[in-house]
Design a protein around this ligand. Structure first.
Ligand code: MG
Length: 373
């Protein structure tokens, strides 16, 4: 099996909705990457919560720094597996641009509001609508006019589609797996947020090092070795050293797991990857176990903590109130409704408008229209 056969060649891209002449020195996926970086939705990631809201520390990840960490991990894995790094990077940089304010609390609340109308809010679909129409930058077309593979990766990086499930997604080959470059993003995302949340959770004093070691077996091994090698190093330094080893272990597990799965499946081309019934980017069993243990630890000690639960309730309540206010007083929506929102029902316009807000903009709007936060 030749690994290079699994690389998605940029020359085989199905291209853009609105054809454009080639660029003299950037290929199509590099251009997509640059368009994403220049998008307003990308810049807004700076003021969107990842897990910990800014204020307590200047060093917590926000959704922009998280995105950069995902891109760096995904590109390393893609390079090592002989995949297309440009496509991988574009997908990693775009993977969270559909996130609403206040992280998962925001997503759940928008979904709850939309379910009253028999609809839902999904951040991947929202991301697709951002790149297809909400971004208005170019004279010749709406949206960013990204290549098919980047749009496909945006809707399929974290889950497969169901054939016949959504008419608006039929063009994205719902009966097929996405190329390996897109499959990589989901696990690169997991590695980035699990290890970053461990780092930020430790900084916020949600737990001590002993409790991590007690819950995550491979971490205990790493930490014991470091204590032996650097007995005099300050605790924070030992924690950082352990964290980088943990990232390394998970990324290696991802690369090895994907190489093994593709070899065992006997796939030798992008077409075979697409037709294979399961996704082929996986962790090795050992890395999967560590990743799982880490997830459980974070759920127990960080995500379900009362401090974060209280913050989530507050954010969800603000979104719910603002949603109701716009439904009752649509004239409070911005005066120049975007063309792409014309013809949409009011609840969808409200949902899209709120989903596009940063945390800061939502707070300011709430204060202005409803009162003190
Ligand atoms: Mg993410």
């Amino acid at each position: 099996m030749s690994r290079s056969g699994l690389r998605f060649p940029v020359e085989q891209s199905q291209g853009r909705r609105y054809p454009e002449p080639p660029h003299p020195y950037r290929n199509e996926f590099q251009r997509d990457r640059d368009r994403i970086v220049h998008a307003r939705a990308f810049r807004r990631l700076e003021d969107k919560t990842q897990v910990f809201t800014a204020g307590v520390s200047d060093h917590f990840r926000n959704r922009l720094t998280h995105t950069i960490e995902v891109a760096q991990i995904a590109r390393t894995a893609a390079g090592s597996l002989g995949l297309n790094e440009d496509l991988t990077e574009a997908l990693a940089l775009a993977h969270d641009i559909g996130h609403p304010p206040f992280a998962h609390a925001g997503e759940e609340e928008l979904n709850r509001q939309m379910s009253r109308f028999g609809e839902e809010f999904d951040h991947n679909l929202h991301a697709l609508r951002i790149v297809e129409s909400f971004e208005q930058r170019y004279a010749r077309f709406p949206g960013l006019n990204l290549t098919f593979e980047v749009r496909e990766g945006i809707v399929k990086h974290s889950c497969d589609l169901t054939p016949g499930g959504r008419p608006e997604l039929e063009e994205y080959l719902p009966d097929q797996r996405p190329p390996l470059e897109a499959q990589l993003i989901d696990l690169a995302d997991e590695i980035a947020y699990n290890t970053a949340d461990l780092d930020d959770g430790y900084s916020a004093r949600f737990f001590d090092l002993e409790s991590v070691a007690a819950s995550v077996p491979q971490y205990a091994g790493i930490y014991a070795e470091l204590e032996h090698r650097f007995p005099g190093a300050p605790e924070r330094i030992r924690f950082n050293e352990a964290l980088r080893k943990l990232i390394d272990l998970l990324v290696s597990g991802l690369i090895e797991g994907a190489a093994r799965a593709t070899a065992e499946a006997g796939v030798g081309s992008v077409e075979e990857v697409r037709r294979f019934p399961q996704r082929l980017v996986r962790f090795t069993p050992a890395a999967a176990e560590t990743n799982g243990a880490l997830k459980r630890f974070l759920r127990e000690r960080v995500y379900s903590s009362e401090t974060l639960a209280e913050a989530r309730r507050g954010s969800a309540a603000m979104i719910a109130e603002l949603f109701q206010l716009y439904l009752a007083q649509p004239e409070k929506l911005p005066e120049t409704p975007r063309e792409d929102l014309e013809g949409q029902p009011l609840h969808r316009k409200v949902c899209d408008y709120i989903a596009g807000m940063t945390d800061g903009y939502l707070r300011r709007t709430y204060e202005q229209l409803i009162g003190r936060t």
